[in-house]
Ligand binder design. Structure first.
Ligand SMILES: *Cc1c(COP(=O)(O)O)cnc(C)c1O
Length: 377
């Protein structure tokens, strides 16, 4: 029998979350962001549920090829654009739309031989200071692109640094409005946090009036995590978890007062305590920094991790199950995040928070040795 750890993707949740975005931004088209192998869920596994999106956004050319191999004929956007000149050949061949965020990418386009002019998304650095042209360089970049026979349509793009937090987006929106005011072209500004928190705020510019604009770029919310947890939970936003990471107990220990558990004796029992040993560790992608107290479901009942996470195992407190009249043993279901067979749910956001990270990282970190269940619903 294989080791019992298993990841499960829930297509109905993906569909539900995409529909929730559509209701929030009814006038915008939705990019399903599927970079990093669909945030660890697997592009091939999410594709069917998300094919109702208007396009897919990602950044690896290899992932774009996989989408075309699934026979997706609609838009694909490379969020970081091309990495070297010959990537443009693949863009021409596969009809990929690509971001242009630096002068080198314009130089490469100018030297690119193609029959098929490209659709590009010109990126403004409105304050995040990662990728994009500064406001003072933006117009010149637009004019250069506009003069190139290799370029067909130019759309305008920026990315928010604080859509999930107290600083908000107003300062970046003002920069975007000033830099783009009289330029034609479709606009895209919103990630998940901006879709949930700011999409209906006003935006001045050609033909659009809301921050949602022409296209939104939805990532984490599709996968059922709240970008602004703990201010809001996924349930607050009406989102459903699209991934369950589950395993089983492979051992039970009976501790007495003073006994310790695991490496570094990091947990010491102050009275008799039953401990479950779970087939899941950091080599599966479970966060090693998850401290004693990190939530976990055993037989659907919420309890906590105790002691240190090791490579292949974690240890959990079984006393809340005793209180619930359950007698867990070897083989009992453990849910690290997602849905239990008993109908209870544990948000990945809660586990991430306890471990000092975000659900994005947990999803992306699910290790190659963890098998995925065949798709069902
Ligand atoms: C990853 C990414 C997104 C999606 O972000 P979420 O917070 O997951 O919604 C949107 N835009 C760009 C440019 C990105 O890189």
């Amino acid at each position: 029998m294989p080791r019992p750890i298993l990841a499960t993707v829930h297509p109905l949740a993906l569909r539900h979350n995409l529909q929730a975005a559509r209701l929030r931004v009814p006038d915008a088209r939705v990019w399903a962001v599927v970079k990093a192998n669909a945030y660890g869920h697997g592009i091939e596994r999410v594709f069917d549920a998300l094919r109702g999106a208007d396009g897919f956004a990602l950044l690896d050319l290899e992932e774009a090829q996989r989408l075309r191999a699934l026979d997706w004929r609609g838009p694909i956007l490379l969020l970081e654009g091309v990495f070297e000149p010959r990537d443009l050949e693949l863009c021409s061949r596969l009809g990929l739309w690509h971001t242009v965020h630096c002068t080198e990418q314009i130089d490469w386009l100018a030297a690119h031989k193609t029959q098929q002019p490209h659709r590009v998304f010109l990126k403004l650095n409105s304050g995040m200071n990662r990728l994009g042209f500064t406001p003072s360089a933006f117009r010149n970049a637009w004019a250069r692109l506009n003069a190139l026979p290799q370029v067909d349509e130019i759309s305008l793009m920026t990315h928010f640094s604080d859509a999930d937090g107290p600083r908000g987006i107003a300062h970046q929106v003002a920069v975007f409005e000033d830099a783009t005011a009289d330029l034609p072209g479709e606009r895209t500004l919103c990630n998940s946090a901006a879709i949930l928190r700011h999409a209906s705020a006003p935006l001045r510019g050609e033909g659009v009036s809301q921050i949602a604009a022409d296209w939104v770029r939805e990532g984490i919310a599709l996968y059922g995590s709240a970008p602004d947890f703990p201010e809001h939970s996924a349930a607050d936003w009406g989102l459903q978890p699209a991934m369950t990471l589950s395993s089983r107990l492979i051992g039970v220990q009976h501790l007495l007062a003073g006994d310790t558990v695991g490496y570094g004796s990091a947990f010491r029992a102050d009275g008799p305590l039953r401990i479950g040993v779970v087939a899941c560790g950091y080599a599966d992608g479970y966060p090693r920094h998850a401290p004693t107290g990190t939530p976990v479901l055993v037989d659907g009942v919420r309890t906590r991790v105790v002691g240190r996470v090791s490579m292949d195992m974690i240890t959990v407190d079984l006393s809340p199950l005793d209180a619930a009249g359950l007698t867990p043993g070897v083989g009992s279901e453990v849910v690290l995040w997602g849905h239990s067979a008993r109908g209870t749910t544990l948000a990945a956001d809660e586990v991430a928070r306890a471990a000092g990270t975000i659900a994005y990282e947990l999803f992306c970190a699910v290790a190659p040795r963890v098998p995925f269940a065949p798709l069902s619903d």
